[in-house]
Design a protein around this ligand. Sequence first.
Ligand code: ADP
Ligand code: MG
Ligand code: MG
Ligand code: MG
Ligand code: MG
Ligand code: MG
Length: 681
Amino acid sequence: MGLLYLGTPLTWDEAKKHADHVRYHGITQFLHTWDRLKDRHGDELLWGDEIEYMVVSFDEAEKNAKLSLRQTEILAKLNTIVDDICADCPDEVSVPTYHPEYGRYMLESTPGSPYTGSIPDLLAVEGNMRYRRSLARQHLKPNEAPITFTSFPRLGVQGQFTEPYFDPSDAVSSHSLFLPEEITNPHARFPTLTANIRRRRGSKVAINLPLFFDTNTPRPFIDPSIPWNRNLYPEDPEAKNGAALTDHIYLDAMGFGMGCCCLQLTFQACNVSDARRMYDGLIPVGPILLALTAASPVWRGLLADVDCRWNVIAGSVDDRTEEERGLKPLDNDRFRIPKSRYDSVDLYISTDWINRPEYNDNYLPYDEAIYDRLRIHGLDDLLSKHISHLFIRDPLVIFSETINQDDCTSTDHFENLQSTNWQTLRFKPPPPNSPIGWRVEFRSMEVQITDFENAAFAVFIVLLSRAILSFNLNFYIPISKVDENMERAQRRDASASAKFYFRKEVYSLGRSGTSSVASSSGSCSPTNGAPYKKEKKLRNCFPPLPLPNGIPHTRPIDDEYEEMSMNEIINGKGDDFPGLLGLVRAYLETLDVEGEALIKIEKYLDLIKKRADGTLVTPASWIRNFIRSHPDYKHDSVVSQEINYDLMVAVDEIERGVRNAPEFLPGDYTGGDQDQGSIGL
Ligand code: ADP
Ligand code: MG
Ligand code: MG
Ligand code: MG
Ligand code: MG
Ligand code: MG
């Protein structure tokens, strides 16, 4: 989440009066950044992950696993510890950073300083993640554990799911039927976001996930755990008046989405144009990696027919009014808006010739006045559309103390809008007064149960990002097809059974026209007989995309892509499509890595390979199977307190290497307490 200020947040009625002011100055601030840094060039690869945890409190006597609401205390303690470690440590040591998140049971950790492109840093990712987790674990209560679990299975059930217990009747921000106020981080930003989304929208958010029907699930399913007749907040009747659908799992608050954990990666680019190229290259990868990391099949104590969090979060912060959602004719509002502010990317933004205008085939509302202002200032069409599309939204949280800012030194108003457009990729301009350059954040993945898996996905994506830039890869497909893939990615068992649109020919110049590294054999063998020098590190600055050989685009758009299985997309199809893993391996061959180092990286790539070919299942499938084979499961879609307890115990034990899970981890996986790294990693 964005920076946290101390201050007085405005209610929605007050905040909306300042919306144009925040937008206007936000653009001014962006333009200052642009003027200063549009020609910045030569930044090295720096990159980092963000991992989110839920602190789970185990009550063995009651057989209940609950969410521990001690975030404030835990963070205070961790930050003191981190300061103490830092006092004694040599300069090069990276001490982890812990951040608050939306849920009062959540923690986020990042490496204390970003990884560089060095091979030792690549190999240190897992140790760094494990060290961060173990440091957190050491400062929890003995019956608490930091679990990397995407959606807590019993968040919002009747009965006790938090420690301590609170009643949902006190939910003054969300008016939820299920989640108490205390689920939310108490910092003013979070309750205000929650309340202002509800107020702007004009009703509570409403998410309906299709229920997974098991053999004993009643049909039709009218959820007996919804307090249909509660009469406490004005929105209480919404559930029975149509917001809660039959045969679905109904969720009515921001906490159900923003209370999920994920794995995000941020990469610094050499310059703004590489950032735009990497951003575009990773857009079609977003849904594929969502499906491959799927880890959230249970919601509010019920098994869902989906495996991922995405649509829940999208719905949980959907502040669009009825007019904006197209339910009423436009009258008070300015735009019809197809998507929530949390959703997939709407626009490719690279100016490279491989980005054919036809790929941007989504309807794209944008603020024309802002667009014009950006164009007059000299920005190109695509970046102007990108920014003016983000800026159709209203700022949701405004602090009265920070309404007037110095637009030369602050980017807070820009960040207000930027950081509440939560998309699959984020294009991050350099922050003011910092050495940080243009960055791209990859945001679709679900957090994995072990840091071995989290590291595997981080390493895979950083290598893929290098392959995209160094081999001039072209992953473009119409962006509407990427959206279709997002929907397919979330379906139950999508990784094993769905097909996804993907581009067939990924070398933008044909294979022989790419760099010598990706020669026609697809390997990195030298093509001209000269000794081939392998790179010592992951590079960041590559030559610009060469111009096309001859006529650039000969095929109709719709012939460029086809439907492929996960196995084909990752592991390749026929002689022509090497698969994402084939591309990563080809890139790996250009690096000076051998011996133990190569074996370690190969283990990560092997996880990706086996998950894609079905040898290993996704966490979502493993969780679903665990529940369906639990002795207390009645085949009625209900995940009881006891099943949840056993599941959380199992997840913690698997992470620590105390219990095997050969269905979804390689046989030689060793747990988090071994090789957990030292501070130096
Ligand atoms: P946010 O929550 O805004 O997405 P965080 O600060 O939580 O961002 O995480 C940003 C990630 O980017 C961290 O992993 C951090 O190590 C990494 N990072 C920091 N500086 C850079 C940089 N110059 N380039 C790329 N990544 C960076
Ligand atoms: Mg976060
Ligand atoms: Mg963060
Ligand atoms: Mg943040
Ligand atoms: Mg982030
Ligand atoms: Mg959607």
